[in-house]
Design a protein around this ligand. Structure first.
Ligand code: OAD
Length: 255
């Protein structure tokens, strides 16, 4: 793989090098180069007839719990077989380069943690965790029976993935921590997100309103593009290493 020839603006290099607090919001695009399909691109194979937005809802789970469970099971296996990419690794390295980093993700794949990032704020949960659909307690083991989804060993309610579905509230502490970081940071990076799903989509605007330099990393334009202080168009796995290389001359970071 070649590093794309991307001119990183000097103002951005200076802002990164002098920042006391950098906040990063990531979306599905950050995992695209690991082979995990983004949310809004067509699904392949068995699941091509389904729209993710029709599966990731409490109504879908009530109507067709087996289909929803099997879809998450398929995504769980896809993620388990995937590896973190250069974008995940660059963000893990960034933790060592700035006085304070807050990494906020909408992804449920756990790839940031596998790349070495600590203290990741997961706004939409994690698909590797399973909870009871009645009281939301985490369940780590259950009897393997014919039942799909399996049932809670305590109360026999159906088990579900610990992710936030459309129409559900985000975990309150995670959302508050993300808002606090957006309001406090000097530089805010929005990476690989279409920036349409609220409340995560409001975080870059919170940062802008509170005076942060806001940077978008995405090969396609989004609603945020025209508002961002800097736009770095391109795949995150190439842009983020190039950014770290430009700011800190980190030799080990180039892809
Ligand atoms: P989307 O699938 O909406 O958007 C992915 C974004 O990544 C798009 O803007 C792409 O242009 C961009 N992209 C694709 N490849 C990229 C690459 N290599 N590098 C950088 N960017 C790339 O995913 P999200 O914005 O994460 O919520 O979606 C947000 C939320 O909507 C998801 O967490 C999920 C979904 O509905 C819930 O499940 C609640």
């Amino acid at each position: 793989m070649h590093t794309i020839s991307l001119a990183i603006p000097l103002g951005l290099i200076h802002a990164l090098r002098t920042a006391q607090h950098v906040a990063v919001l990531t979306g599905a695009g950050v995992s695209a180069e690991s082979g995990v399909p983004t949310f809004r691109e067509a699904q392949t194979g068995l699941w091509s007839q389904y729209n993710p937005e029709d599966l990731a809802t409490p109504e879908a789970f009530r109507r067709q719990p087996a289909v929803v469970w099997q879809w998450y099971d398929w995504r769980r296996r896809l993620v388990a077989a995937a590896e973190p990419n250069a974008a995940h690794r660059a963000l893990a390295a960034l933790e060592m380069l700035v006085p304070r980093l807050t990494l906020i993700t909408q992804n449920v794949d756990g790839l940031h943690q596998r790349a070495g990032s600590t203290d990741v704020i997961e706004l939409h949960g994690n698909l590797q965790r399973v909870v009871c659909s009645r009281d939301h307690q985490v369940v780590t083991s259950w009897a393997e029976t014919e039942d799909v989804p399996p049932r809670c060993p305590q109360c026999q309610a159906l088990l579900r993935p610990d992710v936030v579905w459309f129409g559900e509230s985000l975990p309150q502490r995670a959302l508050q921590a993300a808002l606090d970081a957006a309001r406090d940071c000097d530089v805010f990076l929005s990476v690989g997100t279409s920036a349409v799903v609220q409340p995560a989509a409001s975080l870059p605007y919170e940062a802008l309103e509170h005076g942060a330099i806001t940077v978008e990393v995405n090969p396609s334009a989004t609603a945020l593009t025209e508002h961002a202080t800097y736009v770095l168009p391109g795949p995150a796995g190439q842009v983020l290493p190039a950014l770290l290389h430009a700011a800190w001359h980190e030799p080990g970071i180039a892809p």
